[in-house]
Design a protein around this ligand. Structure first.
Ligand code: GDP
Ligand code: ZN
Length: 458
């Protein structure tokens, strides 16, 4: 067991002027005490106190920083170990100097996510909560933040636990049946499997239904803007980016410099693909070629197709409609300030039930309607609830799908009069798989892999 003491810079979100060096482990207090000059020694102060003092290099007696030092003794801490937090005020360089000093006094640099990993390993949080911390760090919109917060507070865990309980009751009933075949419980057990099994299946289904929304909240709704040259793609991009705060990212590992921009449209994080293409060469098809643009469009979850109100539909427009045929899309007829030349009837026909919005991006008209269309496409029906607990993690989704399959197999087996211990295998499997969501039965390697994705200092 590596129960050595670890440290890292743990700057609060939003990156303020204060930097925090966080130390966790058995020697945390002793190590910090060597570097701390204050009215009392840290070894002597009460737990959960903040202590004003100076950080001093014991070798040179040079004062490095004025600091507030929190002393948090186990077990009521994030990692369930002793924790020291040195709050420095002097910006990044002095925080770094304090960290270097700490690392020269018997403390090792933490791996990414190691604090949270310890919290998990010491039973402070379960796996889905640990993953939620990671999501929090990456949360792109307020709504995504709420989802992650709910998960940190254990909403998903609570739900999963109650489903597992139901399965366990069923298994217990099956056990009775196997152990006492003379006690005629077979019918009862089958009824129970049908009842509890369908309850669990429906509940898992519901969780999976939130998964699509959850994934989008976490990763953004991948969106392409398409249209012939000059119809107003750049104007649309600028208008979306202008009204909503955008974050530009390069997509690593792509052959070309595909650039993405995130914009938050009424709570829906759009991940606008290939915005470089729109900004520079004006035409995704021209830029990437027909085959690749087909693939980009296919991979996208939403296509925004821009047309020109002032021109008759061309062959190229009709081709673009074909490209997005199987896609969620919104058709934007732009330049309504100019004379009508487009055939609206034909556009409606080609739109095939997808929303058609008229805009004059020049005059800033129709943008509200467009944003509303995006919002209602995403938050269809009752998915708007602010405190919905979405499943927003692909590992959880895969496990929930497995659990659902196992429960369905159990239900099938029960229906088809299979021996009851066969049914039990499927139920047990579902119970195990659900356990993996909250980290009850995961292997060490998976844990390592998960936690290495964390930012340093968390
Ligand atoms: P893109 O080639 O599809 O990216 O189109 P742009 O956004 O670059 O726009 C092409 C031209 O159309 C520019 O001169 C814009 O100012 C103009 N334009 C964009 N939207 C409108 C509009 O709603 N009405 C009018 N009259 N012109 C527009
Ligand atoms: Zn343009």
């Amino acid at each position: 067991m590596d129960i050595d003491t670890i440290a890292a810079i743990s700057t609060p979100m939003g990156e303020g002027a204060i930097g925090i060096v966080r130390i966790s482990g058995e020697d945390a207090v002793a190590a910090a005490d060597k570097l701390y000059k204050g009215p009392r020694r840290l070894e002597e102060v009460d737990t959960h106190t903040i202590n004003y003092g100076h950080i001093q290099d014991p070798d040179t007696e040079e004062t490095i920083e004025e600091a507030m030092v929190s002393v948090l003794r186990a077990p009521k801490t994030y990692t369930k170990e002793d924790i020291i937090e040195i709050n420095c005020h002097g910006g990044l360089t002095s925080v770094n100097r304090v960290l270097q000093l700490v690392l020269r006094h018997g403390v090792r640099l933490a791996e990414p996510g190691e604090f949270t990993k310890r919290a998990f390993l010491n039973g402070r949080i379960d796996l889905s909560q640990a993953e939620a911390v990671m999501d929090l760090i990456r949360a792109k919109t307020d709504r995504a933040m709420n989802v992650a917060m709910n998960q940190v507070e254990g909403k998903l865990s609570t739900r999963i636990q109650s489903l597992r309980q139901k399965l366990l009751e069923t298994v217990a009933s099956v056990e009775v049946n196997i152990d006492y075949p003379e006690y005629d419980a077979e019918e009862m057990t089958l009824d129970m499997i049908r009842e509890k099994g369908s309850e669990v299946r429906d509940a898992v289904d519901q969780l999976l239904m939130t998964a699509h929304q959850g994934k989008i909240l976490r990763e953004g709704l991948s969106t392409v803007i398409m249209g012939r040259p000059n119809v107003g793609k750049s104007s649309l991009l600028n208008s979306l980016v202008h009204e909503n705060k955008a974050i530009v990212t390069d997509v690593p590992g792509t052959t070309r410099d595909v650039v993405e921009e995130y914009v938050n449209v009424r709570g829906v994080p759009l991940r606008l693909l290939d915005t470089a293409g729109i900004r520079e060469t004006e035409d995704i098809v021209e830029r990437l070629g027909v085959e690749r643009s087909r693939k980009v469009v296919k991979d996208a979850e939403l296509a925004l197709l821009v047309l020109n109100y002032n021109e008759v539909l061309t062959e190229a427009d009709e081709e673009l409609f074909k490209l997005i045929r199987d896609q969620d899309s919104i058709i934007i007829i732009n330049k309504t300030d100019l004379e009508a030349r487009i055939s609206l009837d034909r556009v409606r026909e080609l739109a095939n039930g997808n929303p058609v919005i008229s805009t004059s991006l020049l005059k800033d008209e129709g943008v509200d309607e467009l944003e509303e269309a995006i919002r209602s496409l995403f938050f269809a029906g009752d998915m708007d609830g602010g405190d919905m607990s979405y499943v927003s993690n692909s590992r959880h989704i895969a496990l929930l799908e497995q659990a659902k399959r196992s429960v369905e197999e159990a239900l099938d087996a029960a229906e088809n009069g299979m021996p009851i211990d066969m049914v039990q295998i499927d139920i047990t499997r579902a119970w195990e798989v659900l356990g993996e969501v909250i980290g009850d039965s995961v292997q060490e390697s998976l844990i390592d892999q998960l936690f290495s994705q964390f930012c340093l200092g968390k």
